[in-house]
Design a binder for this molecule. Structure first.
Ligand code: NAD
Length: 501
C-alpha cells in the first residue's frame, strides 16, 4: 500500500514528556521551545523542556521497569508479541506519523514513506533477532559444566537527531528494548512531534509502563541530565561528531558504554568505467535525498577526468530541475531545511567555498519561488582541492562538492583523506577498480553501483570520527546485553579445607 497524506491530524499545543506510560502534566513554569513548521515558518506547538528533575523521574521509571517490572523477565514469545503489536500499531497510524514528520521536519513524503516503514520494521526485526539468541557451553574441564548466558544490560539513554526522527529513534529504541532493557529517549528539540506520537503508540500497543520513557528539550539541559544520570547504564547516541565527543567524555568518566553514530563527509567516486547514467542518478540521490540532510550523504563527488565534464554538466542540469516544494506533496523532491539556523549555516558554506577557491556551479541561494519557508536551491560547487573546508566539513544540506581525479590510487587517497569514515560510494563496471575500492577505502560501508542500500542484517556505522560501534543485530547484541559465565561442578568437588588440620 502506498502511503499518502490525505488529511490533517491534531497537534497538542504543548508537548511534554511521557513517563511511566503517561503524559506528564506541564509544570506551572518552565522553559518553552517553539516548534515551527519549516514550510510556512508558523508556530505549530511548543515544547516544555524537561529539566533535570523530570529527567530523573524518567530514569527512575525506566529503572523500576528494569529492576522489578515484567519486561526483562518476560517469556520471549510474549515480548515478541508486544513488539509485533507495536509494529502493527505503528503501521495503522502511519499516515498520522508521516504527517507529523513532514510537517515538523520538512522532509519530503518520498523520504518519509521509507522512514515510516523502517520504523515499524525495526520492531519486528529486533524481536526476531532477540528471540534467536543462544548461549555457549564449555565442557573441556573435566567434571565441570560452564555455560554462558546473555542478560539485558539495564537502562539506556537513547538520544536521536532531527534529520530522520522516526527512523533513527526507533532504531535505537527497538535494538535496545528487544533484549529486555528499558530506556529513556530524548529526540531532537527541533522535531519532537512525530516521536512523541510514536512513543504514545508503543503504549497503545501494550508496552508495559516505564519500558520506554520520553523526555524533550535541548541537548545542553535535558540531554546532559540524561547522559550524566548515575542510573543510566549505557548511551546509544545518533547525532553530530562534536556532540558525540562531549557525551563520550561524560560517559567515559562514569565508565558507561557508548554507541555513537556520528557525522560523515562521504566520497561518491565516479570512474571513467562507470555506467554514467546510473552514476548520475546515484550522485543526485546521494546528495539531494532527504533534503541533503543525511549522515550518509555522498557529499564529496569525486569524478575521474574522462567523464567529469559530461557528468558535471548533466548533474547541474538535473539539479536545476529538481522539484522543490511542500513536503507533503507526492511529487516534491526537496522540501524546506529543518530550521532557520540550519538553512543559514548551509548557505554560509557558499562563501566558505568561494573563499577557498571553489567555483559555484549552481544554486547557492534560498529558493526564490517561496516567500516563506526555509527552502534552498540544490547547490553544487567545484572545489579546488580536497583540503578545502567544503571537502572536509559536514554541511548536511543539499550542497554537493565536486573534485576531479586522474587515477584509481588518487581516488582512494582522496576518499580516505577525511576525518570521517561512514560510507563511500563507488561507480564502475571494472572489477579490479571495484575490488580495490572495496578493500582500501576506510569506511564502515562501501556501496558499489548503488546508492544507500541499507541491509539491516549487516553492521552499519563509521570508522574514525564517524562513530564508535555499529547498528545491526550482532552489534546490538554485544552493546545491549551482558555476558554471564556460570560454572558448576557435576560431582561434589574436593576442596582444600582451610583451618582443618
Ligand atoms: P546534534 O549532535 O546537534 O544533536 C543530536 C541529539 O543530541 C539531539 O537530540 C540533541 O538535543 C542532543 N544533544 C546535543 N548536545 C547534547 C549534549 N551535550 N548532551 C546530550 N545530548 C545532546 O546533531 P543533529 O544536528 O541533531 O543531527 C545531525 C548530525 O547527526 C549530523 O552530524 C549527522 O551526520 C549525524 N547523524 C548520524 C547518523 C549515523 O547513523 N551515523 C545518522 C543521522 C544523523
Amino acid at each position: 500500500m502506498t502511503l499518502s497524506i490525505t488529511r490533517q491530524f491534531p497537534i497538542a499545543p504543548l508537548v511534554t514528556s511521557l513517563i511511566d506510560g503517561e503524559s506528564v502534566a506541564p509544570k506551572p513554569k518552565g522553559f518553552d521551545i517553539d516548534v515551527v513548521n519549516p514550510t510556512t515558518e508558523q508556530l505549530i506547538s511548543r515544547l516544555r523542556e524537561a529539566d533535570a528533575d523530570e529527567v530523573d523521574s524518567a530514569v527512575r521509571s525506566a529503572r523500576r521497569a528494569f529492576d522489578s517490572g515484567p519486561w526483562p523477565r518476560m517469556d520471549i514469545n510474549r515480548r515478541k508479541d508486544i513488539l509485533y503489536a507495536i509494529r502493527d500499531h505503528l503501521r495503522k497510524n502511519a499516515e498520522e506519523l508521516a504527517y507529523l514528520e513532514c510537517l515538523n521536519s520538512g522532509l519530503p513524503l518520498q523520504s518519509v514513506r521509507g522512514h515510516v516503514e523502517r520504523m515499524a520494521r525495526n520492531f519486528e526485526f529486533f524481536a526476531e533477532v532477540a528471540s534467536n539468541v543462544h548461549g555457549e557451553t564449555y565442557t573441556q574441564t573435566a567434571g565441570y559444566l560452564t555455560y554462558v548466558t546473555r542478560e539485558p544490560k539495564g537502562v539506556a539513554g537513547c538520544i536521536s537527531p532531527w534529520n530522520a526522527p522516526l527512523a533513527l529513534s526507533s532504531m535505537r529504541v527497538a535494538s535496545c528494548i528487544a533484549w529486555g532493557n528499558t530506556c529513556v529517549l530524548k529526540p531532537s528539540e527541533f522535531t519532537p512531534l512525530s516521536v512523541r506520537r510514536m512513543v504514545e503508540i508503543f503504549y497503545e500497543a501494550g508496552l508495559p509502563p516505564g519500558v520506554v520513557n520520553l523526555v524533550n528539550g535541548r541537548g545542553s539541559v535535558t540531554g546532559n541530565a540524561l547522559v550524566s544520570h548515575p542510573d543510566i547504564d549505557m548511551i546509544g547516541f545518533t547525532g553530530g561528531t562534536a556532540t558525540g565527543r562531549a557525551i563520550a567524555e561524560i560517559a567515559g568518566r562514569q565508565l558507561k558504554p557508548v554507541a555513537l553514530e556520528l557525522g560523515g563527509k562521504s566520497a561518491n567516486i565516479i570512474f571513467d568505467t562507470a555506467d554514467v547514467e546510473r552514476a548520475l542518478d546515484g550522485a543526485l540521490a546521494g546528495i539531494f535525498a532527504n533534503n541533503g540532510q543525511q549522515c550518509l550523504a555522498g557529499s564529496r563527488i569525486l569524478v575521474q577526468r574522462g567523464v567529469a565534464d559530461v557528468l558535471i554538466e548533466r548533474f547541474v542540469a538535473r539539479a536545476e530541475k529538481i522539484r522543490i516544494g511542500d513536503p507533503m506533496n507526492e511529487t516534491t523532491e526537496i522540501g524546506p531545511l529543518a530550521f532557520r539556523a540550519h538553512l543559514d549555516r548551509v548557505l554560509s558554506y557558499v562563501a566558505v567555498a568561494q573563499a577557498d577557491g571553489a567555483t559555484l556551479l549552481t544554486g547557492g541561494k534560498r529558493a526564490a519561488a517561496f516567500e516563506k519557508g526555509w527552502f534552498m536551491e540544490p547547490t553544487a560547487v567545484m572545489a579546488s582541492s580536497n583540503d578545502a573546508r567544503v571537502c572536509q566539513e559536514e554541511i548536511f544540506g543539499p550542497f554537493a562538492t565536486f573534485l576531479t581525479f586522474d587515477t584509481l590510487d588518487d581516488a582512494i587517497r582522496i576518499a580516505n583523506d577525511s576525518k570521517f569514515g561512514l560510507v563511500n560510494y563507488v561507480w564502475s563496471e571494472d572489477l579490479h577498480t571495484v575490488m580495490r575500492c572495496s578493500r582500501d577505502i576506510r569506511a564502515g560501508t562501501v556501496w558499489i553501483n548503488t546508492p544507500m542500500m541499507r541491509e539491516l542484517r549487516a553492521p552499519f556505522g563509521g570508522y574514525k570520527e564517524s562513530g564508535i560501534g555499529r547498528d545491526g543485530p550482532q552489534a546490538s547484541l554485544e552493546f545491549f546485553t551482558e555476558l554471564k559465565s556460570t560454572i558448576i561442578p557435576i560431582d561434589p568437588i574436593k576442596m582444600h579445607r582451610f583451618g582443618v588440620s
